[in-house]
Design a protein around this ligand. Structure first.
Ligand code: SF4
Length: 517
């Protein structure tokens, strides 16, 4: 868990900041606090006041019994709501002291969690030179992750997906041809490090997928290629292309050990075909002695499948997966069965979360798991059926086709060091410096969470013109502000960063890092 602080403002009450002449509350850090200083504001900070009430709840933190503080400051200086910068002097290793920065949000009386940084969260960037720094960084090392859908169709109608809506499922197909993809991509290609050929649709449903893959691997061999699929259409020809052209990462959506569970969630899917295709990809990769692709399984956790998740870890390791990304069902307009959300079954999730973690350790597979819910309730598993791999073991790999592919040996950029994602990681969020996403084959955004668009391809601009244009520039400038950009409201990364639990923040950020890999 990264270093973090937990604090609560008792005075003044929220919304009554403008006339306040002092602030009082308590403050804890994951490291022992030796002193607290105000970073750049006039005032005096007293730390170490007795707080037995805090000690009884937060006894695992150092200083809990003496975590009270009082900050005297000129009346009116809290009025703009921008927060207060503090320096926590904490005990480091070997008797050294460390200075960690914390931005205190005085506008709430709730208990707040925040990361602490060795440097200011905005790093050492200046608004005037930000764009020059970005261009220099991208010229020195390609760092952009480019995401788009090459088709607006899917062959399934999963219960939690927009394709469960018949209007979406039946809409006319819009596919990017190789020429259209090339026109779009060539312009930004020198700065691109990763291409993700899917955001919300099924890329293998496009008959242009093989041509686009061949073009990327042949003409831009240093670029890492990834895509997400439900594996239904991952036939022998596609598997061969994947291995031959050195696709870096294949994300596979699979959320059940049993046929009935998977097919009930992924409507229209066929369990045997999915498992057979993934097994065959595993075998082909092994036979061709290829390190690529890395296989990542995405498992959407719900009330109906969470009990299968611990056994799924074993299944995933036998499928040759390197990572399982367990995710909660995200509230959306298509899934109205509240009973499926695990936030309605907190104790049950916590129970199976512990089992998943144990299974992952036993199988030696990495898992990304959301934090446990905060609940005192416990879950009684009596009556739940044992889960076994009988159905899985009855499936044979799909048959191979032709000779073994020879994996293309091309140098890829694998290290993050020095990329724009790395260089600007100290800003509020590095995505506007390192990501371009095209939503709906038209709207340009920095990431899937951003509310708004920074340009439209249909307006005739190139990707470079949009990425280096005024809207993206404005967004990047806002990444130097402590609260980011208004379009980031509702973003899970931002929410975790500002308010929620630190463990969850780490996991969400780790997930993004993996996608940036
Ligand atoms: S919406 Fe979230 S991930 Fe996207 S730019 Fe804003 S903070 Fe970053």
């Amino acid at each position: 868990m990264p270093e973090h602080a937990v604090y609560c403002i008792d005075h003044p009450r929220a919304g009554d900041l403008s006339g306040a002449d002092h602030l009082a509350g308590w403050l804890l850090c994951s490291k022992k606090i030796e002193a607290v200083e105000l970073a750049a504001a006039p005032g005096s900070f007293t730390y170490g006041l007795s707080r037995p009430d805090v000690a009884s709840t937060w006894e695992l933190y150092p200083n809990a019994a003496q975590s009270g503080f009082r900050l005297e400051l000129p009346a009116g200086s809290l009025g703009d709501g921008s927060g207060l910068d503090l320096v926590l002097v904490v005990a480091g290793g070997l008797g050294f002291r460390q200075r960690l920065r914390l931005r205190l949000d005085p506008s709430s009386n709730a208990t707040q969690h925040a990361l602490v940084h060795k440097r200011s969260p905005i790093g050492s960037f200046s608004p005037e030179t930000l764009e020059d720094q970005l261009r220099a960084c991208l010229e020195a090392k390609p760092g952009i992750t480019f995401r788009l859908d090459i088709i607006n169709k899917c062959n399934l109608r999963c219960i939690m997906c927009h394709y469960s809506d018949p209007d979406v499922f039946m809409r006319p197909a819009k596919k990017l041809t190789l020429d259209e993809f090339r026109d779009l991509f060539e312009d930004i290609a020198p700065s691109v490090r990763n291409v993700m050929l899917s955001c919300a649709d099924e890329p293998l449903a496009s008959n242009h997928f093989p041509d686009i893959l061949r073009y990327l691997a042949g003409e831009h061999p240093r670029v890492n290629i990834a895509f997400c699929t439900n594996a239904m259409l991952m036939n022998a020809r596609i598997r061969r292309l994947i291995v031959e052209h050195g696709v870096s990462d294949v994300y596979l959506s699979m959320d059940g050990v049993y046929k009935q569970t998977l097919e009930r969630i992924r409507v229209g899917s066929k369990y045997q075909r999915i498992v057979a295709n993934i097994l065959a990809l595993r075998d082909l990769k092994q036979a061709a002695r290829s390190e690529r692709p890395t296989v990542i399984l995405n498992f959407v956790m719900m009330d109906c499948n969470i009990h299968e998740a611990p056994k799924f870890v074993e299944l995933a390791s036998r499928l040759g997966a390197s990572l399982i990304d367990f995710r909660h069902l995200i509230a959306n307009d298509y899934m109205d069965d509240r009973g499926q959300y695990l936030s309605e079954h907190k104790a049950k999730y916590n129970f199976f979360r512990a089992r998943i973690a144990k299974a992952a350790k036993r199988c030696g597979i990495e898992v990304s798991l959301p934090s446990a819910f905060n609940t005192s309730e416990s879950f009684d598993p009596t009556g739940l059926p044992e889960v076994d791999l009988g159905e899985f073991e009855a499936v044979s790999p799909d048959r191979a086709q032709g000779d073994l592919p020879v994996p293309r040996k091309t140098p890829k950029i694998t290290s993050l060091r020095g990329t724009s994602a790395d260089t600007f990681s100290e800003t509020f969020c590095e995505m506007p410096f390192s990501e371009i996403m095209i939503a709906g084959q038209d709207r340009v955004q920095p990431c899937p969470f951003y509310q708004g668009e920074l340009g439209r391809l249909s307006e005739g601009k190139t990707l470079s013109e949009i990425f280096y244009g005024p809207a993206f520039q404005r967004l990047r400038q806002n990444m130097l502000r402590p609260h980011g950009d208004a379009g980031c409201r509702g973003c899970p990364i931002k929410a975790k960063r500002l308010t929620e639990d630190v463990a969850g923040f780490g996991s969400a950020r780790g997930k993004l890092r993996r996608l940036l890999k």
